[in-house]
Design a protein around this ligand. Structure first.
Ligand SMILES: C[S@@+](CC[C@H](N)C(=O)[O-])C[C@H]1O[C@@H](n2cnc3c(N)ncnc32)[C@H](O)[C@@H]1O
Length: 257
């Protein structure tokens, strides 16, 4: 039996980000897998539910909540920890696909933003498919990523004219601002990595971009860095979780297409 799944990018937190293609896909689905990544993410699971209620025009679907295993520091090696964790997550997904999808079902994973950016779902499904433990067919629907949402809310292009952009993590940025690009989008920054860079860089920062809680701030890192740190701490305290990202650009980067 072939299991069918659609991986649907749902945008970065604003239900208005959901595309017409995603709405069509949602209406083909009979089983929606809703991850609950811990208490701080309950708000996000709630948003996925709201999206289903708003856009699915039939009652022929059910939701299956599932818990993703927590990431643990079990070895001194970060990559090894990640690999152990990924295998545990793969097992969870494989079990869901095997136990929850029947012949006539079409399952869906609703992925935050766009599935191609810092999200493990596509890799996990490909691993499961490649293992051959079950026959799996999946399709991907792109979503508006937090990168695009951030740029739109600040009304800035991401790159200088004809130049490159890098998308990276706070962890990588903390190793140094790259020499060969002028524009870097930073996601998944748990430790204020923007405080490690040259204060002359421009930063366009946004938390909860597109959501009711949205906060935006921009300026030279040396002028706004402390304020961003304070805003992050307060927001994390108030909501119990934060999703923020930022664009760093070298002063003098060309503005343009
Ligand atoms: C696991 S990644 C998922 C990225 C997602 N696939 C995307 O396309 O935006 C989570 C990170 O995305 C960024 N992010 C997601 N939603 C955001 C939002 N509404 N506002 C600001 N940053 C957001 C944050 O950097 C967060 O740490």
């Amino acid at each position: 039996m072939k299991r069918k799944v659609i991986v649907i990018g749902i945008g970065a937190g604003n239900p208005d980000h959901v595309t017409m293609q995603a709405v069509d896909a949602l209406n083909r689905v009979s089983v929606l897998f809703i991850p609950d990544k811990g208490t701080e993410k309950t708000d996000l699971a709630q948003l996925r539910r709201q999206i289903c209620e708003r856009f699915i025009r039939n009652d022929d679907y059910r939701m299956v909540d599932f818990a993703t295993p927590p990431r643990k520091r079990s070895t001194p090696d970060y990559r090894q920890d990640i690999n152990i964790w990924r295998e545990q997550v793969e097992d969870v997904y494989q079990r869901l696909l095997t136990e929850e999808l029947g012949d006539d079902d079409c399952g869906a994973f609703l992925v935050w933003g766009d599935p191609s950016i810092y999200d493990g779902t596509l890799r996990i499904l490909e691993k499961i498919r490649a293992k051959g433990a079950l026959e799996l067919e999946y399709e991907v629907i792109p979503g508006i990523s937090s990168v695009q949402a951030l740029a739109a809310r600040h009304r800035v292009p991401l790159h200088g004219i004809g130049a490159s952009i890098m998308i990276t993590t706070g962890r990588k940025l903390a190793e140094g601002f790259p020499d060969d690009v002028d524009s870097v989008v930073v996601m998944l920054d748990a430790a204020n990595a923007f405080k490690t860079v040259d204060g002359d860089l421009d930063i366009h920062w946004g938390a909860y971009v597109g959501m009711d809680e949205e906060i935006l701030l921009s300026g030279k890192v040396r002028d706004v860095g402390d304020e961003i740190e304070r805003l992050r701490d307060n927001a994390r305290e108030e909501h119990g979780w934060i999703m923020d990202s930022y664009l760093l650009t070298r002063a003098g980067k060309d503005d343009g297409e």
